[in-house]
Design a protein. Structure first.
Length: 476
C-alpha cells in the first residue's frame, strides 16, 4: 500500500514536470490594437509568440469560433502561420470580424496556436467589445465574401476584364448593392442585387485613357448597401505598361510616287527610344523622309529608324517613295537600246583565226575566217567584202575557202599589201556565210600581231551601207 502511494506521488511529480517543461516551449502574449468596435467594424490584435526552444519552429494560428467569428489577416493568408527563430519572437496582426453577433457586449474569441516542432497546442482569448449594433441589416451582420480578379499588367489600349465574385454568407436580401471601382485610371460604379446565401459573379469590362502613363496603380473595390460599407475595400495592385505603336495617318498614291504619313505614339511622353518602319533596299534608295531617318538591318530586313522626339505623345514622320527617276532611267535605257538596234548596221562581220601553225617560236601559218551574217529584219543585197593582207603575209591561192571563192585578188605594188574581195548577191534575214583563206608569213612572226578589219559594202532598204569587222589579234 505504501508502495502504491509512493508510485502515485512519483507519477504525479513526473507529469507535473513534463507539463511545466512543455509549457516553457513557447510563450504567447496579446496586445489589443482595436478591441472596442461597432457591429460593422473589425477588431484588431497583435499576437506575439516567443520561441523558447533551441530550434526554429512554425506555428499555425486558427480560431474554432468560425462561423460566429472570423479571424484572419490582411491581406488574407490561409492558413495563418508564423515562423520564429530559436529563442526569438515573432508577431502577426489578426483581424476579428463579428459574423453572427447581434447584441452589444464583450465577447471572448478563442485563438489556437499549434507548434509544429513540439506538436503542442495553446489557446488565448481575444476580448472584443461590441459598442453598437446599428450596422446590422435585417438583424444580421452583413457578410458578403468578395473576391476580385484583374490582370496584373494592363495595356491601356485594350479593354480590361474584371471579375468580381460576391458570396452572401447569411439570409440578408440585398435589393440594392453598389460596387465602386476606384483607381488613378478607373472610376466606375455598378449596381446589382444579392439574394440570401446567393453567390454571384460579375464580369466587367473597363476602358481607360489609352495615353495613361506607365505607373504602378491600385484598384480599390468597395461594396455598399444603402450607402453603408459592408466589406473592407479590396485593393489590387496593377501595372499600366509602357507601349509604343505606329499609326497610319494617310497615304497618297500617284504615278510611281507614294507619300505616307505615320504617327509614332507612346503612352510615355518622355519616351527616348527608337521608332522604325520596314522598307527595302530599292525603296530606301528612292525614298526621302521627314525627319531624316537612318537605315538599319535586322534579321535580313531593312528599316527606317528615327530617334523618338514626342510632342503630345506623338511623333509624325513622312516617307515619300519616288520611282520617277528610276522610271526615267529605264525609259532612257530602252530608248538607247532601241536606237542601237534601229541604227546599227544590219550586216555584221566577225573575224577569227584557226589552224595556227608555229615554227621557230613564232606563227608561220594560219587560217582566217570571216563570218558574214544578216542580223537585220530585211534582205541584204549586193554585198562586197574586202580584206587587206599585210605585205609580210602571203595567201595560198589553191586552198579551198568553202562555198565561196574570192572574186578578186589584187596586189598593191608600192605598199606590198594584198587585197582580197568577195561578192555575195544577197543574204536573207539571219543568214550567215563563211569566207576563209589560208595565209603564210614570209618569216615566223614572234609575239603578238594584228590583222586589220575587213570591210563590207552592201545595200539594204535601197540604201548603201558600209560596215567593218573586228581587228584580229594573234599572239603566241
Amino acid at each position: 500500500m505504501v508502495f502504491f502511494k509512493k508510485f502515485g506521488i512519483f507519477a504525479f511529480v513526473l507529469l507535473l514536470y513534463a507539463s511545466l517543461a512543455n509549457a516553457a516551449l513557447f510563450d504567447i502574449s496579446v496586445e489589443p490594437v482595436k478591441d472596442k468596435i461597432l457591429i460593422d467594424e473589425f477588431a484588431k490584435f497583435k499576437l506575439i509568440i516567443k520561441n523558447n526552444m533551441q530550434q526554429a519552429d512554425e506555428y499555425r494560428i486558427y480560431s474554432p469560433d468560425f462561423p460566429i467569428w472570423d479571424v484572419r489577416t490582411e491581406p488574407i493568408v490561409n492558413p495563418i502561420t508564423l515562423v520564429v527563430s530559436p529563442g526569438g519572437e515573432g508577431s502577426v496582426e489578426l483581424v476579428v470580424d463579428p459574423l453572427k453577433i447581434r447584441d452589444i457586449g464583450t465577447y471572448g474569441v478563442i485563438v489556437n496556436i499549434r507548434s509544429e516542432a513540439a506538436n503542442q497546442l495553446k489557446s488565448v482569448q481575444l476580448k472584443v467589445s461590441i459598442l453598437s449594433v446599428k450596422g446590422l441589416i435585417q438583424g444580421y451582420v452583413p457578410t458578403v465574401v468578395t473576391s476580385v480578379g484583374i490582370p496584373e499588367k494592363i495595356d491601356p489600349r485594350e479593354e480590361i476584364p474584371i471579375k468580381i465574385v460576391l458570396n452572401n454568407q447569411n439570409i440578408i436580401n440585398y435589393t440594392k448593392l453598389t460596387i465602386r471601382l476606384e483607381s488613378n485610371s478607373i472610376q466606375d460604379t455598378i449596381n446589382t442585387s444579392l439574394e440570401p446565401e446567393e453567390e454571384k459573379t460579375l464580369m466587367l469590362t473597363e476602358r481607360i485613357d489609352p495615353f495613361a502613363m506607365p505607373q504602378e496603380d491600385e484598384l480599390a473595390v468597395s461594396v455598399f448597401s444603402d450607402d453603408i460599407s459592408i466589406i473592407n475595400p479590396i485593393v489590387k495592385k496593377v501595372e499600366i505598361m509602357e507601349y509604343t505603336d505606329k499609326e497610319l495617318v494617310s497615304q497618297k498614291k500617284n504615278f510611281l510616287r507614294t507619300k505616307t504619313v505615320y504617327d509614332f505614339v507612346s503612352n510615355n511622353p518622355y519616351y527616348e527610344g527608337k521608332f522604325r518602319t520596314e522598307t527595302t533596299l530599292l525603296e530606301s534608295i528612292f525614298s526621302s523622309e521627314n525627319p531624316k531617318a537612318r537605315i538599319a538591318k535586322e534579321n535580313g530586313k531593312s528599316y527606317f529608324v528615327w530617334n523618338a522626339k514626342l510632342e503630345n505623345n506623338r511623333m509624325r514622320v513622312t516617307v515619300t517613295k519616288n520611282f520617277i527617276p528610276l522610271f526615267a532611267v529605264i525609259i532612257l535605257l530602252l530608248v538607247v537600246i532601241a536606237a542601237y538596234y534601229a541604227l546599227r548596221a544590219p550586216l555584221v562581220i566577225r573575224k577569227e583565226a584557226s589552224s595556227i601553225v608555229k615554227s621557230e617560236g613564232g606563227v608561220s601559218e594560219m587560217s582566217v575566217i570571216l563570218r558574214v551574217q544578216n542580223r537585220g529584219r530585211t534582205k541584204i543585197k549586193d554585198i562586197e567584202v574586202t580584206e587587206i593582207i599585210p605585205s609580210i603575209i602571203n595567201i595560198e591561192r589553191e586552198v579551198s575557202i568553202g562555198s565561196l571563192q574570192p572574186t578578186k585578188l589584187l596586189r598593191h605594188e608600192k605598199k606590198g599589201t594584198t587585197i582580197v574581195k568577195w561578192e555575195l548577191n544577197n543574204l536573207d534575214v539571219s543568214e550567215e556565210r563563211v569566207l576563209s583563206y589560208r595565209m603564210k608569213s614570209k618569216l615566223s612572226i614572234l609575239g603578238t600581231f594584228s590583222l586589220p578589219a575587213a570591210t563590207a559594202v552592201f545595200k539594204a532598204n535601197d540604201k548603201t551601207f558600209t560596215t567593218a569587222s573586228n581587228r584580229l589579234n594573234v599572239g603566241n
